[in-house]
Write a protein that binds this ligand. Structure first.
Ligand code: KG4
Ligand code: ZN
Length: 346
């Protein structure tokens, strides 16, 4: 089935074409330069930029695939979670195209899309597997039992790991987006130079706010400036503290559930040191690691098309009154907080 995927949940406008799980084109227009002066994504600017980019990006995805919109047999679009104004640009476009072309469309979950990115590689994971979704808005570990069937094993209690990267870069005035600049600078530093906290050691959940405060305290102690030769060491040590807990808790959660396959996905999974550390750690305990190529870790529409194709093939499609949702957890934690099992609406 030929499926057009559309993604516009945050600051990337993206379109991709997938056929039978194979990626035919993958176009991403980034808004980094539009938000960098503000040190973070400005929702109003993001919506406007999506409107400007969406049609050219879709046209480019068609050209790259050597196809036209008339060849498409279905459309998959991110419905949430994300910035509602941004989501609505992709969703309205998807609806208009589906109506005009008289083909089905489906609104999909962005987080599930990140997990599906691992299915676009040659070597695919097999159910059940553990998945760490680690991005600017989320740090969740799931037991993925089947398509659309998740059990939440751990989640952040405060900031997401990507936020911890972005906020540190903002404090240290390193540039935007934070994860990318820290990744690069950390290569010059010693990851063991400073001992930043690794929080909630005995819990399956994550917490990064103490780490952030610890960096802020260090920054204030030095009179509001960290620089010179010390800076790469601080950055490398800070990054290491984030990676340590991501690796430890993900592997622990997998081990406790007798899972031997681990998927790591989402924007932070593009981090070079994290990729290396996960590769080493999984090899050490005999687990198999699946990390999508870097371009499929950060936001993209290939993952959205891949997920949508599976749903459309199973007869799932949405009506034209479908709305965007800013919050959309993959699971519905029970009110008792015990069994965190649930099946998402798809
Ligand atoms: O998945 P994503 O593109 O958007 C969300 O769904 O949030 O993730 C964006 C996050 C940002 O916090 C960004 O700083 C982080 O991913 N990120 C990285 C790297 N590249 C992007 N973090 C660490 N190292 C990287 N190389
Ligand atoms: Zn994302």
């Amino acid at each position: 089935m030929l499926v057009l995927g559309i993604e516009s949940s945050c600051d990337e406008t993206a379109a991709a074409v997938v056929q039978d799980g194979k990626l035919l084109s993958n176009v991403i227009a980034s808004q980094i330069k539009d938000h960098s002066a503000y040190g973070g994504v400005v929702p109003e600017i993001a919506s406007r930029k999506h409107i400007e980019a969406i049609s050219p990006v879709i046209a480019q995805a068609m050209t790259d695939a050597g196809l036209t919109l008339r060849n498409m047999e279905g459309i998959s679009v991110t419905r949430g979670p994300g910035l509602v104004g941004s989501l609505l640009v992709g969703l309205s476009t998807a609806k208009a195209l589906a109506y005009g072309l008289n083909i089905p469309f489906v609104g999909v979950n962005h987080l599930e899309g990140h997990i599906m990115a691992s299915f676009l590689a040659e070597k695919k994971p097999q159910f059940p597997f553990a998945a760490l979704v680690v991005s600017g808005g989320h740090t969740n570990v799931y037991l993925v039992k089947d398509y659309h069937e998740f059990q939440l094993l751990g989640q952040t209690r405060d900031d997401a790991a990507g936020e911890a990267f972005d906020k540190a870069a903002k404090l240290l005035d390193l540039g935007y987006p934070g994860g990318v600049v820290i990744d690069k600078m950390a290569k010059e530093g010693n990851p063991r130079a400073f001992d930043f906290p690794r929080a909630m050691k005995d819990s399956p959940d994550f917490s990064f706010s103490g780490l952030k405060t610890s960096l802020l305290t260090m920054f204030k102690k030095r009179g509001g400036h960290i620089g010179g030769e010390e800076l790469p060491d601080v950055v490398a040590s800070y990054q290491e503290a984030i990676i340590d807990v991501l690796v430890d808790k993900t592997l622990k959660a997998a081990g406790e559930n007798n899972i031997t396959q681990v998927v790591v996905c989402g924007g932070v999974a593009a981090n070079s040191r994290l990729r290396m550390r996960f590769a080493e750690a999984t090899a050490r305990v005999g687990m198999e690691l699946f990390i999508p190529p870097m371009v499929l870790c950060t936001d993209n529409a290939a993952m959205i098309a891949a997920l949508g194709e599976i749903m459309l093939k199973n007869g799932r499609s949405d009506l034209l009154n479908l709305n965007a949702v800013s919050r959309w957890p993959l699971v519905s934690p029970s009110s008792s907080g015990e069994a965190k099992t649930g099946v998402c609406r798809c």
